[in-house]
Design a protein around this ligand. Structure first.
Ligand code: AMP
Length: 284
């Protein structure tokens, strides 16, 4: 595996791949790599000649200084974890990604006014700035994103469309622990006690989906919110039932093709997100 922190070196390798007419699959990450990331890399490996992965904890997308400081980092373990799957690992520093303060301003309209966009002001602009730059450097044929960050996935699709980048955005269902907890780098921050109750988030979402015929979207949001709140360690930030294509809130389930429930929950000091598509009952 080639490892570099230099944009110039990255570009040289990319030029070489392009000259050899090799297709490039790209997975941008913030590191502390886990099975969810690995599945994205394996999908990319299956569908491309070359797999490029980036590890960069992007300060621009953090709206909370402590969250940025506490974000888990373990680059040595990351290298070992993806060696043999990844061909090129790009690990820039913030100085290299942002030699001067970035000025790009993106407008994702209604899509960024809800959920993560609403509760983490500036988050998606930060995501779009870094992913836009990484796409410019890596020039992938395909880029891979997880449905765990469902809103981010839609934002990236819009980014590529607006900038008319010739990149296919591929997505992967959320990879979960055996007990249903969505795998996340942030799970490393949970105490054993918190880790034991974290799967309740998924369980409550699954219960709500099973009860769906008796709920309107608003009633469903309330049901989930109350269930989460009833657990001492949970502090729900938002529970939103939305149209899965636009992420706008809905009044009736009948009016749309696919609905999604998205939640953000604080488990003491750790913020976890998860979601479930309503026509896709994969609860186990
Ligand atoms: P992150 O390192 O958290 O920024 O995530 C990098 C990419 O991995 C994003 O596209 C995430 O949506 C994706 N990802 C993170 N966790 C999972 C998971 N449990 N299952 C599938 N994809 C994931």
């Amino acid at each position: 595996m080639i490892i570099t922190d230099s944009i110039e070196t990255l570009k040289k390798y990319i030029e070489g791949f392009k000259n050899e007419k090799k297709s490039i699959g790209f997975i941008p990450t913030m590191g502390a790599l886990h099975e969810g990331h690995k599945q994205l890399l394996l999908k990319a490996k299956n569908e491309n000649d070359v797999v490029v992965c980036s590890v960069f904890v992007n300060p621009l997308q953090f709206n909370n200084a402590n969250d940025l400081i506490n974000y888990p980092r373990d680059i040595q373990a990351d290298k070992a974890f993806i060696d043999g799957i990844c061909d090129l690992l790009f690990i820039p520093t913030a100085d290299k990604m942002y030699p001067s303060p970035p000025t790009e301003k993106y407008d994702f309209g209604e899509l960024e006014k809800v959920m993560e966009g609403k509760f983490r002001p500036g988050h998606f602009n930060g995501v779009a700035v870094v992913v836009g730059r990484l796409f410019d450097y890596v020039q992938p044929d395909r880029a891979y994103f997880g449905q765990k960050d469902y809103q981010q996935l839609l934002i990236i699709k819009q980014l590529v469309k607006e900038r008319q980048m010739p990149i296919e955005i591929e997505s992967l269902e959320t990879v979960r622990e055996k007990d249903g907890l969505a795998i996340s780098s942030r799970n490393r921050l949970l105490s054993p006690k918190e880790r034991a109750i974290a799967p309740q988030i998924r369980r409550i979402l699954c219960q709500a989906v099973e009860l769906q015929p008796q709920f309107s979207p608003k009633q469903m949001e309330q049901y989930i919110f109350d269930k989460l709140l009833s657990m001492e360690e949970f502090q729900p930030e938002y529970v939103t039932v939305a149209d899965a294509h636009t992420l706008q809130p809905i009044d009736k389930f009948e009016a749309i093709q696919t609905a999604i429930i998205c939640v953000a929950v604080w488990l003491n000091n750790v913020r976890l997100i998860d979601n479930i598509l309503i026509n896709n009952n994969l609860c186990k």
